[in-house]
Design a protein around this ligand. Sequence first.
Ligand code: IPE
Ligand code: MG
Length: 231
Amino acid sequence: MDGNGRWARKRSLPRHAGHRAGVKSVREIVENSARHGVQYLTLFAFSSENWQRPEEEVGMLMSLFLEALRREVKELHKNNVRLRFIGERDRLDSKLNEKISDAEAVTAENTGLRLQVAVAYGGRWDIVEAARNVAGKVASGAIDADAIDEAAFAAELQLGSAPDPDLLIRTGGEQRISNFLLWNLAYAELWFTDVLWPDFGHAEFEAALAYYSRRQRRYGHTGEQLEAVKC
Ligand code: IPE
Ligand code: MG
């Protein structure tokens, strides 16, 4: 979700106005995803690297997360959304952590859209954490080093048993991954748009889905092999 700051600057507003405007786009993409039957939506809200922003902006973003949770969880729950947070929670303050745990607990049994929010998340951090967990299991004798395969390793990552993303949408014009789900995005289709996150709405979402539906996903096979399976 990139481009909040530029959206604000274009309007001669402070950066936090852009972040606030971005919350509306979150609501919209959640609604659109649910309506389309998307099963998993993962939002990159705050990266491991974002801690380096000015203290005032970081503080403002943390308050905005707290406020958004206070305001939105009831409605999300009513809409059968199951919430989950991924990232380095130890770095978040206790009030926010408490709200996050509450939101997860309240919505734990919901069966609709799985909404995963990455806060204080970094793809490299995620992989190192998983490696540390696996190493701990080997050291304690719980598993054998030879038993580590891709599935066993992936199970230790933040997304755990959730499927790999099919589509990555990045707003704001940059064409890079910026340390998002490095492992899990291995075969994701990538869609980039110049639209700034606060301007991302229904039409953009539809355009991203249309792009996705035109892709042939070969996973290393040839196009001919896939055509043969279809027949
Ligand atoms: C993304 O918008 C929001 C967060 C990283 C929290 P930016 O704040 O990166 O917006 P730009 O890139 O300055 O426009
Ligand atoms: Mg940015």
